[in-house]
Design a protein around this ligand. Sequence first.
Ligand code: PGA
Length: 251
Amino acid sequence: MTRKLVAGNWKMNLSLPEGIALAKEVEAQLLANPTGDVQVVLGVPFSHLTAISHALEGEVAVSAQDCSANESGAFTGEVSAMMVASTGAEYVILGHSERREYHGEENALLAEKVNMALEHGLKVIYCCGEVLSERENNQQFEVVGDQILEGLFHLSKEQMKEVVIAYEPVWAIGTGVTASSEQAQEMHAFIRSLLQKQYGVIAAENTSILYGGSCKPANAQELFSEKDVDGGLIGGASLKANDFVAIINSF
Ligand code: PGA
């Protein structure tokens, strides 16, 4: 089993035709030059999930960027985990810092979303990460520890197999500032130690822990060469097929 995974997070970008073209271009490049054991995922807007799932040939998996904590009902504008799964998407990104910041999503709500996603057969990419002031006050381990404990550690060992963790220092997202590979490794090793305490060595060793935050072709290789960095969650650079594939090929 491989831990290597690279996920794109398109955020709120691209029309549907643009999105289909980009997804197909990424997949075509990967089919022409197979990456071997790297799982590739595209995190696309809700409106694009079905068409992109159908346009792809199975080399690349599709992810939503959020889902509701509710099963169904009177929640205008929300999209449920069941709906996401029914499009052919296999993953959902939960707890992205932009959801936490702009939509007030907290760990307790995220724990409910995680449950809902797993119940409907989706794999979860669970995001965590500290803001700049927290790092400046040396609170990053406490903050990330709480995000993981409160959002994920109610899960069984079996359920944790369906979860990928993405460490994204908020100060590095979309800013051009990347965490150094030492800073990434330090936090990833800390996260793996938490997993080991909660679920044991094997579960900890099998969990993919991604780095996110201004990851690009120029720095991916250095980041991915760290022992506990299993890949990346890529925002801006996932909007260009060549850059995204170059990041995937950085392993
Ligand atoms: P970025 O975004 O690569 O543009 O910094 C990463 C993310 O928000 O997932």
